[in-house]
Write a protein that binds this ligand. Structure first.
Ligand SMILES: [Zn+2]
Length: 217
């Protein structure tokens, strides 16, 4: 069974996740947001051989260490296809506003909605979830019952939509899609804060009232 550990890093304590197959030690990283030194040590401590980096979206606090960590292990960076402009623009990725050294990241592989691929022997499905950022995605591992939800779905809450590429309407549609389409027992691993499940969020998320009103749920 897959192992997943979180390592919160940086100014906004974004969760970087390390997921791996305990038999082969092969794995992948989700959102290495900052502190390449800390994350490199974290991967080594857990004795994992990373195969790729998955980015849920292009904001600085989720991508800040992607380039260095990617180069350390010579592994590709994956992101949603519509997020390429955000990754490559220090105004849109907010590093120009919140960091002393603005930066950009280039993805090696751009994924479309519902695109599937395998890493470390696990099937991964891309779900395009605009709202927090235009090309943001979640990554579902259907056989493992896990969703990496980025800054779309949080425990009892959801990601801000007031950034340069945010859109509240789109966020409601994305949340409606996640909460109505995914199995209730799915473990949700968000970009910030504690883990939760689809069942809990269907009942208690802050968006539920509005989603019902819009008949998205
Ligand atoms: Zn964000």
């Amino acid at each position: 069974m897959i192992r997943v550990k979180a390592c919160p890093v940086g100014l906004l304590q974004a969760n970087c996740y390390l997921a791996w197959n305990p038999e082969t030690r092969k794995g992948f990283l989700v959102d290495p947001g900052d502190r390449a030194d800390v994350l490199t040590a974290f991967v080594r401590e857990n004795d994992v051989i990373p195969e790729a980096i998955l980015l849920t979206h292009g904001h600085f606090d989720h991508i800040g260490a992607a380039k260095t960590v990617g180069e350390n292990w010579k592994i590709p960076v994956f992101a949603g296809e519509k997020e390429a402009p955000v990754l490559q623009d220090s105004f849109l990725n907010l590093s120009g506003r919140y960091t002393r050294h603005p930066f950009t990241v280039k993805a090696d592989r751009l994924l479309s909605d519902k695109e599937e691929f395998s890493l470390a022997g696990y099937r991964i499905r891309t779900i395009h979830t605009p709202g927090h950022s235009e090309g943001g995605v979640c990554y579902e591992l259907p056989e493992e019952g896990i969703l990496f939800s980025g800054d779309t779905l949080f425990e009892r809450s959801y990601g801000r939509t007031d950034g340069p590429d945010g859109d509240h309407e789109e966020m409601m549609r994305s949340l409606g899609r996640l909460l109505s389409e995914l199995p209730e027992e799915t473990l949700v691993l968000p970009g910030h804060g504690p883990e939760t499940t689809i069942a809990e969020e269907r009942m208690q998320n802050f968006a539920v009232f509005e989603l019902r009103e819009r008949q998205y749920l």
